[in-house]
Design a protein around this ligand. Structure first.
Ligand code: SAM
Ligand code: SF4
Length: 479
């Protein structure tokens, strides 16, 4: 019998007051060696939360003996970890699923899996069931820990399985992970989102906000330090509301930064920050601990108060700029970047001018800019969209020109200075050149021996460009 459990957005929208438990992952001992002699390929779309999920999925597969491949023709299992944030992200996935059909014709035993945010949407699951019948397994964001059980069923029964939970479950600790990077690691500190920005699908696809207990986070970071990791990035949709869901203790994001800042990890970053919960205690931590990096991604979305209100962002332009001023005052060397949406319903030319004005005043050194994309099930999808696609594009180009000036200005200020670079490997465009990121998250290319890969070195910046810096090695290893 086919197993089908489809998502329901009306259930996903609800927020229960019930406490979230933490449980430990235990491998199902009756399922062993599912992947011996088999290869897998994973395609990851979207944000860092998906990248971190992919590392768990890889860990689960390798525990069963699967081996990773980059060659689709030799893959026995292909998994697409999907993103639902904008329509074009979804279209890319449907395009990929279409392409996979021909590979499955050549290799009918190939198992095709769709996971991540898209399966949490009712219509996506319907569409896959109707038009992409070559997909074997669909599961969502709330039941990754059960992936191997589902895979076992699909491989043994040779029948499709759809298992999507609309409501988040407990926090599952101790899941196996195969990390992509040997020096930098993602560390989830919380899951889900309770903000309900009116344009955003994330609160529906990722469930209610729930914070991981500090003991587990600290243990994970200590293990990473033992394994030689140099940098961690703390992940959450709104890291500044970390811990606000605890009912039995007062332990917030600034407390976590205090505890992690004292550990011997060279670099701590975090993303994403919601401006409304970013308090002075967090700014003080960044100023106080040299291992908390002077780089903050602080999505603003718009500079217009009326648009911000319709987006349900819960701050005004003046409040945002006041926060920015407080950050610059205490962390003068900081680099700020942001996210901005143009063409949100009702955004007038004057509203857009307010956004441009804010971008200038906040002195951003980079931004991800997007044209608003209606997402079914969100409140904004029902708003009348009176900004034409041509006008939205025009605004995006104007904004991007201004943002690019910020990238260049942010890079130029390091010209002639010596910066610390965590060397990640060779430059993507030149295999003889090393590259890595500075404390302010600037990409630097320079010549040096490959023995420096994985180390933090001092580099003198000799030239700045819009997207990167050129440097010369000063000291082989920074203290
Ligand atoms: N939680 C983060 C925050 O509050 O900014 C990031 C969420 S989302 C993964 C990343 C960015 O996608 C958002 O900051 C927003 O700018 C953009 N985004 C979200 N929904 C969108 C939509 N419907 N259309 C266009 N851009 C969107
Ligand atoms: Fe989406 Fe807003 Fe939550 Fe960010 S804070 S994930 S933009 S709802």
């Amino acid at each position: 019998m086919e197993r089908i459990n489809k998502p329901d957005l009306s259930v996903a929208r609800k927020r229960s007051k019930s406490e979230v438990d933490t449980i430990n992952y235990h491998k199902n001992q009756s399922i062993k060696n599912l992947g011996v002699g088999k290869k897998y390929l994973i395609q990851t779309h979207g944000c860092q939360a998906n990248e971190a999920d992919t590392e768990v999925i890889q860990g689960l597969l390798e525990e069963q003996g699967f081996v990773k491949t980059k060659i689709i023709e030799e893959a026995d299992l292909v998994l697409i970890n999907t993103c639902a944030i904008r329509e074009n992200a979804e279209n890319k996935v449907f395009g990929e699923l279409g392409r996979l059909k021909s590979f499955k014709k050549i290799n009918p035993n190939m198992i095709i899996v769709v996971s991540g945010c898209m399966p949490q949407e009712e219509e996506v699951v319907e569409r896959i069931m109707k038009k992409y019948k070559h997909v074997d397994l669909i599961f969502g964001t709330h039941n990754i820990n059960r992936f191997i059980e589902y895979l076992d069923y699909v491989m043994k029964e040779r029948k499709p399985l759809i298992e999507v939970y609309s409501k988040e479950g407990d926090i599952v600790e101790d899941l196996p992970q195969l990390r992509e990077n040997r020096f930098k690691a993602w560390v989830n500190i919380m899951f889900g989102c309770d903000e309900f920005c009116t344009y955003c699908i994330v609160p529906y696809t990722r469930g209610k906000e729930r914070s991981r207990r500090k003991e587990y986070i600290i243990k994970e970071v200590e293990n990473l330090i033992k394994r030689g990791y140099k940098e961690i990035t703390l992940l959450g949709q709104n890291v500044n509301s970390y811990g606000l869901d605890f009912t039995d203790e007062v332990y917030q994001f600034s407390d976590l930064l205090e505890d992690l800042g004292k550990l011997p990890i060279e670099r701590i970053r975090f993303t994403t920050s919601h401006p409304k919960d970013f308090n002075d205690k967090v700014i003080d931590c960044i100023a106080k601990y040299p291992n908390i990096m002077p780089y903050i991604h602080l999505p603003v979305q718009s500079g217009s108060d009326s648009v911000l209100k319709k987006m349900n962002r819960k701050y005004t332009k003046a409040q945002y700029l006041d926060l920015v001023d407080r950050i610059y005052a205490k962390v003068p060397n900081v680099s700020l970047t942001t996210d901005i949406i143009v063409g949100f319903p009702t955004e007038t030319k004057e509203d857009f001018e307010e956004t441009l004005d804010l971008v200038k005043k906040a002195k951003f050194e980079g931004a991800y800019t997007f044209i608003y994309s209606p997402r079914k099930g969100t409140p904004a999808a029902k708003y009348e969209n009176d900004v034409t696609p041509e006008e939205a594009k025009r605004r995006l180009y104007i904004l991007n020109d201004l943002v690019n000036e910020g990238y260049l200005r942010g890079n130029k200020r390091f010209e002639g200075k010596t910066v610390k670079v965590l060397v990640e490997g060779y430059s993507k465009t030149n295999k003889d050149v090393l590259s890595g990121y500075t404390e302010n998250n600037k990409l630097v290319n320079f010549n040096g021996p490959d023995s420096l890969i994985g180390k933090i070195v001092e580099v003198k910046v000799v030239k700045s460009k819009t997207w990167s810096l050129d440097g010369e090695i000063v000291k082989k290893e920074a203290e």
